[in-house]
Design a protein around this ligand. Structure first.
Ligand code: NAD
Ligand code: MN
Length: 356
């Protein structure tokens, strides 16, 4: 039996509530399955660490994570510190440092959840959005000149490399091929952005030839938002740039009922480095510290982590427990229209896991 070494980084805001809840669920899984073993190391990095040390994580922080099998992350973001400092100082440092270039975001409407979309049955909405996670609009290239003067100028330069685009599109085709419908939608904005996005289209057409059994089409990102709302069942797997997929996946989360449910994995598909799993929501300043955060997005992220670690039976057991709990409206948190607390939902999922 392999012991999986798990790093937990709660970070800021409700990250400090949902990540311990995620760990509690993993401990419940371990207790009820003698073939499953996790060893946890917790890191206190984030905004409080920044206030003490002037950095979100120590300079050699990546070295402390390097030998872990996976990372469970909460959120970076604090009301008192500019967002670009918290984001770049922690989450992006790990994503980029470990070249986690594939950000994978599944969307389904879980049992019992009242989702705003009336144009499909819950069973018809089953998407995975693949987000390029290492370059593009969030490459960090650019700068500011004449700062503070009237002639100030600022740039954020989009960097798209052929290697970077090829690897994410190939990953998306592979993922689409592994799913029952074998269908991929390549999202770009190649009418207006006539250089990098045109290269995406060209690369997609070339890579598609490696996957003759995958049906694929193209959609412009603005049209993709309308298609998600109007013809949700026409989509299965989507691939898009860092910025576009960031926005599309928040829309997807809302269409599935709440930002509090949606999970994500930041993957290094080549497994050179640990991959990182996190709910897609942020620090949720408006509810932090009140025990109201929905932990389901974190639990579903743990499911993705377990699949990544090859623990498919445990992943299935946890997903079934999550679905049993969402099916009961008495266990819905406030974002879902209920009044259950983080602790009640967590205890219920732990109990369901132990029964399974
Ligand atoms: P947010 O996701 O924190 O909150 C948006 C809204 O959704 C809020 O009303 C919040 O209460 C609600 N919400 C989110 N998660 C919830 C949950 N689990 N249960 C119940 N309700 C939930 O987004 P924001 O307000 O734009 O950002 C707040 C901070 O978080 C900012 O500093 C931002 O930079 C940061 N952020 C970090 C990450 C990350 O680290 N991955 C992602 C997004 C935002
Ligand atoms: Mn986002």
């Amino acid at each position: 039996m392999k012991t999986h070494r798990i790093a937990t980084i709660p970070g800021d805001g409700i990250g400090q509530e949902v990540v311990p809840a995620g760990r509690q669920v993993m401990e419940a899984l371990m207790k009820s399955d003698s073939n499953l073993r996790f060893e946890f190391t917790d890191y206190d990095w984030g905004a409080d660490y920044y206030r003490k040390h002037g950095v979100m994580m120590p300079a050699e922080g990546l070295d402390q994570l390097r030998d872990k099998d996976a990372i469970l992350f909460g959120s970076a973001g604090d009301p008192g510190i500019p967002d670009h400092i918290t984001l770049w100082g922690l989450r992006l440092k790990i994503c980029q440092g470990f070249d986690q270039y594939a950000n994978v975001r599944p969307t389904r409407i879980l049992p019992g959840i009242d989702a705003p979309l009336k144009r499909c049955t819950p069973a018809q909405l089953d998407w995975v959005i693949v987000r390029e996670n290492s370059e593009g609009e969030y490459s960090g290239a650019g700068g500011r000149v004449h700062q503070g003067h009237p002639l100030e100028a600022a740039t954020d330069v989009t960097i798209m490399t052929r290697a970077g685009v090829e690897r994410i599109i190939r990953y998306a085709f592979r993922l689409a091929q592994s799913r029952p419908r074998k269908q991929l939608t390549v999202v770009t904005k190649s009418n207006a952005q006539r250089h990098a996005m045109v290269m995406w289209d060209e690369i997609a057409a070339t890579i598609a030839k490696e996957f003759p059994d995958v049906k694929w089409d193209k959609e412009l990102v603005d049209a993709a938002t309308a298609r998600m709302v109007n013809r949700p069942a026409s989509l299965d797997t989507l691939v898009a740039t860092n910025l576009h997929a960031d926005i599309l996946s928040d829309l997807a989360a809302a269409l599935a009922g709440s930002l509090g449910i949606a999970p994500t994995g930041n993957l290094d598909p080549e497994r050179r480095y640990p991959s990182m799993f996190e709910p897609i929501h942020g620090s949720a300043f408006d509810i932090m510290g009140q025990g109201l955060a929905n932990p389901i997005g974190t639990f579903w992220s743990v499911v993705m982590m377990l699949e990544h670690l090859g623990e498919n039976a445990a992943a299935g057991r946890l997903m079934a427990a999550i679905e049993a709990v969402t099916a009961n409206p008495a266990l819905h948190t406030r974002d879902l229209g209920g009044s259950a607390t983080t602790r009640q939902v967590t205890d219920a999922v732990c109990a369901a896991v132990s029964r399974a």
